[in-house]
Design a protein. Structure first.
Length: 241
């Protein structure tokens, strides 16, 4: 067993407390505890920049910095809230749905909600009001149309056929592309069907013998890294000989 080390009496020079310590613990020791050590340190002296008037409560206070305008943090918070309440923001119409609303503080104030911002012309995904979907059909942005989807888009081939017939299409009516090209929305290339129609092109409508120029292939799936999660992008492809 190791030899027992004798304790030595030690007195704290700050508070006079008596401690019995080992010789190795006395070397370099100046205080008996952290409380005693911190009480020895002198408090930090604050510089004085004169007497001023608080801009919110109108009381006199001693400033401790050059840009100081308020006597306390509470007055800073109350002053900021009072300015927001007194700021006059006129109501305006939403750029997408036309609803009258009052913009929030810190917002651009063009749309009444996040949905309208995404659907509107000034949204981050706006492509000019016309795009090709994953199935090869052309979509037109017409939010006021009765057959528009939740994003405000309508199929172009249904709009063209409704204009030719001078009436709106029924739900059970579909539009067939004769040459198989779903982006070819010429009136002479469209015909109305009752019910759903399958894929394919009539032999009389072939572009050339054994034509597969516009036969649609199942869309390819491309993976694009967006942060840590992959994003699926569907792009239509066509056979071209």
């Amino acid at each position: 067993m190791p030899a027992k080390v004798e304790r030595i009496k030690w007195e704290c020079p700050r508070c006079g407390a008596i401690l019995w310590l080992r010789p190795c613990d006395i070397k370099g020791r100046a205080f008996c505890s952290r409380r005693c050590m911190y009480s020895q340190k002198k408090p930090r002296r604050k510089e004085n920049y004169g007497e001023r008037i608080c801009e919110y409560c109108k009381k006199y206070y001693e400033a401790h910095s050059v840009p100081q305008r308020f006597c306390s943090q509470a007055c800073v918070t109350l002053y900021a809230h009072s300015r927001r309440r007194t700021r006059n923001i006129a109501p305006r119409a939403c750029a997408y749905c036309g609803k009258i609303f009052r913009p929030r503080q810190g917002s651009t104030g063009s749309f009444c909600s996040w949905d309208c911002k995404q659907k509107g012309q000034r949204g981050a995904h706006w492509t000019g009001g016309r795009y090709v979907d994953s199935h090869g059909y052309i979509r037109i942005w017409m939010p006021q149309h009765p057959n528009a989807n939740r994003m405000g888009y309508v199929s172009e081939h249904r709009l063209v056929m409704a204009k030719q017939l001078d009436r709106s299409l029924e739900r059970y009516e579909t539009v067939h592309h004769k040459n198989g090209n779903r982006a070819d929305n010429r009136p002479e290339n469209l015909e109305v069907w009752t019910g759903r129609h399958g894929r394919g092109v009539r032999l009389s409508d072939y572009h050339c013998p054994g034509c597969r120029c516009f036969a649609q292939q199942p869309p390819k799936v491309k993976r694009k890294k967006n942060g840590n999660a992959p994003k699926l992008i569907f792009t239509p492809t066509y056979f071209r000989d």
